[in-house]
Design a protein around this ligand. Structure first.
Ligand SMILES: [Zn+2]
Ligand SMILES: [Zn+2]
Length: 137
């Protein structure tokens, strides 16, 4: 149970990609400037490889900048506030006392700001739901 605070990658000879978790071969290894973790970046056009991030030239400093896909595309984009303020339809319904059905209809009608995930899950921000509930009264 001892947490030694060392990244797992430092204890093994092989480095693994922070994005996909697969092993990194030397010609694919790049380090993200944002989070400092290794990721796949194919730096050889003559060898097969995958990219789990990008590299580009910073024109101001003429330096290479590296960023992994985790930093480029955060898995849960923040809408405006903290993650705690993102509610699914059930939580939103009980938070403001509006039925799930009404919330869903309001969302579909564009009367309350929401995000619908690829799997059809509605996500709301607490502030928007509260505003919507107050607006109905
Ligand atoms: Zn990878
Ligand atoms: Zn990163």
């Amino acid at each position: 149970m001892l947490e030694r605070g060392l990244p797992r990658t430092m204890t093994s000879a092989k480095t693994s990609c922070s994005v996909c978790g697969e092993e990194l071969e030397a010609h694919l290894e790049a380090w993200c400037n944002a989070c400092g973790l290794p990721y796949h970046l194919n730096q050889r056009t003559d060898l097969p490889g995958k990219d789990c991030g990008q590299v580009w030239i910073n024109e101001e400093f003429l330096a290479l900048e590296f960023a992994c896909n985790t930093c480029l595309n955060p898995p849960k984009p923040e809408l405006d506030g903290a993650l705690d303020d993102v509610l699914d339809i059930q939580e939103a319904s009980s938070a403001v006392g509006v039925s799930e059905r009404d919330l869903q209809m309001a969302a579909d009608d564009g009367r309350v700001r929401h995000r619908k995930t690829a799997s059809g899950v509605y996500l709301f921000q607490r502030g928007d739901v509260i505003e919507f509930a107050q607006g109905r009264k």
